[in-house]
Design a protein. Sequence first.
Length: 196
Amino acid sequence: MEMEGSRLLAITQDQAWAALNDPEVLKASIPGCEKVDATGENRYAVVVAVKVGPLAAKFAGKIVLSDVNPPESYTLTFDGQGGAAGFGKGQAKVKLTPQGTGCDLNYSAAAQVGGKLAQVGQRLIDGVARSMAEDFFKRFDQEMQRRYPQAYADAAAAQPAGGSQSSREPPSRGVPAWMWVAGVVLLVALVWWIKR
């Protein structure tokens, strides 16, 4: 499974970079995340509870960041086990680009799932991944608004009359990450974990 996407943020590149590397921000932003603990330089242990169709499982895994280029980009690799539900693994590339007073968050991810999770069906997994990615961005934006209210107030004031926050956001290209962002991140991470 492969996904990519983009999101315009009101915060600066440095603020977004710090947030995407903060275990507490990630834990608050990743749906179902129960734990994000640093285990070494650019290494994290994670536990995420996921429900895909009739399957509900906790995935315990590790995240490793490589090709780290602060405050612009990194590559996130995830490997997680969900017991009888199966496994998820994959990789995501995250890039932050300054845009005016804010920044653009871009990501691309490739993932693989196995075991019972893979038997649920690709369409259902894709739908859950999309939903989790949207939820991640909503939670991440809310946390950034809480931490940097002035940046969001300034961005709202800079909107043309009748404009809205959503008009500042470019449409997602495909489905996103954690992942953990992924994303994230880590894009983002949960999205990538589910997709792997």
